[in-house]
Design a protein around this ligand. Structure first.
Ligand SMILES: Cc1cc2nc3c(=O)[nH]c(=O)nc-3n(C[C@H](O)[C@H](O)[C@H](O)COP(=O)(O)O)c2cc1C
Length: 358
């Protein structure tokens, strides 16, 4: 007898939730069952065929007689639980052909739409608070191939101011709801889900948002701003903290003079509304990745160097953006500015050169 190796336990007074994350099953154990499970965890050989609790634990799969293969995941239990727990999602019904799929998908959409979409936090701002951005400009011809080839992670910036025109182009092409796509919407798309960005978006929800971190942009006071993709406008959120930018990014101080950056956030409330499974969490990062890459390609096409990180000092960033305890959470940071293109800052280079023969 052994304990199912794919369990985790959540204490929830008055019981314990035992979660079989591989088989997507949950059980609530009272004190008597929890105590017995603790005894059997200590010594699985104490299994007793005459004990009704033992039999039930076996029937539910909390205990098992079979040797279950465990993957060679490595040390990280949390990511393993999440990844395996969001694999092979049980599907009550799998469509067998394109007609069944169409009917099933439509039913799902109609079902979702019976509950209201989560309100937009950004939309609550009065129009008077919006700072309209100049019209975005185009990019140089043939810029895509050049941008793909030239994009690189730079870790040395000059600190020179970015122009508001470039910021406008960057935001519009990476996060804005494209005016150019407005006519191209299928009439079956639900109200409120027709906005389209340059990047694909899980379920068309546009669950990602952006907060601009401005240190040196011509015509824009330093601070943090929310980007409004419908209006192509900004609204002021906060002043910059006294500590340098590197402090918000887990001590990466080589980036302190970056003129402008973007915190990409995800609205989990929107994702949970349409997708009622933890697997949707994976999609939030995929979407943020698309936006980040587009931001970098546009910045590169504009002649700017780019840098990115997922190493956020989370609590400080959330406080700064006003997102503490919120269902909207910061996931990623991407920034740009004039750069000498160096991969390493000069301080790190100096250390590496120490001790090298001159
Ligand atoms: C998800 C992700 C996270 C990253 N995090 C950091 C980071 O915290 N700090 C950093 O300096 N670079 C970071 N990078 C940049 C990588 O180090 C860089 O992309 C890699 O060295 C390849 O260089 P290239 O971007 O110039 O092609 C990150 C890249 C990705 C895709």
């Amino acid at each position: 007898m052994q304990i199912n190796p794919h369990l985790f336990i959540l204490p929830r007074t008055p019981g314990q939730i035992v979660w079989d994350y591989r088989n997507h099953k949950q059980f609530e154990l009272n004190l008597e069952y929890s105590t017995r499970l603790a005894q059997l965890t200590d010594n699985p050989e104490a299994f007793d065929n005459n004990n009704i609790i033992d039999i039930q634990l076996l029937e539910t799969g909390i205990l098992t007689t079979s040797t279950q293969s465990t993957s060679e995941w490595g040390w990280d239990e949390l990511s393993k639980i999440f990844h395996i727990g969001t694999k092979n999602i049980p599907c009550a019904y799998t469509p067998q052909n394109i007609h069944e799929w169409s009917r099933h998908y439509l039913d799902h959409c109609n079902d979702v739409l019976t509950s209201n979409a989560p309100a937009s936090g950004l939309a609550q701002r009065a129009a008077s608070e919006l700072i309209n951005l100049p019209a975005p400009s185009g990019l140089p011809a043939d810029s895509l191939v050049d941008a793909l080839v030239l994009r690189k992670t730079c870790r040395s910036f000059t600190g020179k101011a970015a122009s508001l025109g470039d910021i406008s182009t960057l935001l519009y092409l990476s996060l804005g709801y494209l005016k150019e796509r407005e006519g191209d919407v299928d009439e079956t798309v639900a109200e409120g889900l027709s906005a389209r960005r340059s990047s694909p978006s899980g379920g068309g929800l546009n669950a990602c948002e952006g907060f601009l971190h401005v240190q040196n942009v011509d015509g824009l006071a330093p601070g943090l701003y929310a980007y409004h993709p419908t209006d192509h406008a900004l609204s002021f959120v906060n002043t910059l903290p006294a500590a340098p930018l590197g402090q918000l990014l887990c001590g990466q101080h080589f980036i302190n003079n970056l003129p402008v950056g973007l915190f990409i956030t995800a609205r989990f409330d929107k994702l949970w509304w349409k997708y009622q499974h933890s697997r949707a969490y994976r999609m939030a990062y995929v979407e943020a990745g698309h936006i980040s890459q587009t931001f970098q390609l546009v910045a590169t096409a504009l002649g700017l160097g780019t840098w990115l990180t997922g190493a956020l000092t989370d609590d400080q960033v959330e406080t700064l953006l006003g997102l503490e305890e919120s269902a909207e959470q910061p996931l990623f940071f991407v920034g740009c500015g004039q750069s000498d293109g160096q991969v390493m800052c000069k301080e790190l280079k100096a250390l590496l050169n120490e001790g090298r023969p001159q």
